[in-house]
Design a protein around this ligand. Structure first.
Ligand SMILES: Cc1cc2nc3c(=O)[nH]c(=O)nc-3n(C[C@H](O)[C@H](O)[C@H](O)COP(=O)(O)O)c2cc1C
Length: 258
């Protein structure tokens, strides 16, 4: 198989790290590769904050919902949507900057996510693995204070990086026919793929002991697999799942006002 394809297909999230530092040279390679990501209209509407300070990582671990790997990893990255840079340029030139538009928010968020994905791929190529951390949006105000993020900048996701403590294990994905459609959306293929995936996840025991909000479903007697798990996540009331604070937070930072 083509080595790049093989590399991409070996992806697995890693949350346990060996006691080994990530060198400044490797951080530089990861950063420079992330920056080669496509960016909408070449606007560079994102920034990345790299964190090595142990106290800061420990605080971020708490803010992300007590995710231990955030404190334990040698290198934590925060990928931010950033319209501040463009706003500042416009201010200098005396132009309006419509950073309040929903489209501007989408552009900046997608830019940050693309850079994050490429950073992870680059890191993995160096033997450094990790996991994306959406938990960075649990307490976004506090994260902004800690990292001194200005208005019009928000943390889209974090990323714990380090050398894996054990060989990474890939997780099965939804059968391709359920999300890769030809010429038109195919609802029945999606339903069939979901059923198949439930069997795969159940047979592999991937969700054993990971039932969401078990106390809310005392009468559940079915097979607890991917569809049940995902439906419960989408029904969840915990503030760290669907993060109901996010719209107000984003508007306060200058996003999504129009
Ligand atoms: C945007 C994003 C945010 C994520 N946030 C977290 C997180 O906060 N904590 C965590 O342990 N995993 C997080 N993950 C990892 C996913 O749970 C993981 O990618 C998914 O279960 C598939 O597993 P795999 O990456 O090992 O294939 C996140 C993934 C993405 C793409």
């Amino acid at each position: 198989m083509n080595p790049i394809i093989e590399h991409l297909r070996s992806h697995a999230s890693v949350r346990q790290f060996a006691d080994r530092a990530v060198s400044a040279d490797d951080e530089e390679i990861i950063a420079a590769t992330a920056e080669r990501s496509p960016t909408s209209s070449n606007l560079h509407a994102y920034s990345i904050v790299s964190v090595r300070d142990q106290e800061k990582k420990a605080r971020l671990a708490v803010l992300t919902g007590n995710q231990n790997h955030v404190a334990a990893c040698p290198l934590f990255l925060v990928f931010c949507a950033d319209l501040h840079r463009l706003q500042s340029i416009a201010d200098v030139k005396g132009y309006p900057c419509h950073s309040e538009y929903t489209e501007a928010f989408v552009v900046a968020t997608v830019d940050a996510a693309l850079a994050a994905d490429r950073a992870l791929i680059a890191a993995q190529a160096l033997g450094i693995w990790g996991v994306m951390v959406g938990g960075i949006r649990n307490k976004p105000e506090e994260v902004c204070d800690l990292l001194k993020l200005p208005s019009l900048v928000y943390p889209v996701m974090g990323m714990s990086l380090g050398y894996p403590a054990a060989p990474p294990k890939t997780k099965p994905r939804l059968p391709l026919k359920g999300l890769w459609f030809k010429e038109r959306y195919n609802e029945s293929a999606s339903v069939a793929a979901t059923e198949e995936y439930d069997h795969i996840i159940d047979a592999g025991g991937h969700l054993t002991g990971r039932e969401v909000d078990k106390q809310n479903y005392p009468d559940f007697a079915g097979t607890y697999s991917w569809s049940e798990h995902s439906a419960r996540r989408m029904a969840g009331t915990s503030p760290n799942v669907l993060r109901p604070h996010l719209l107000d937070f984003l508007r306060n930072r200058g996003f999504l006002r129009t």
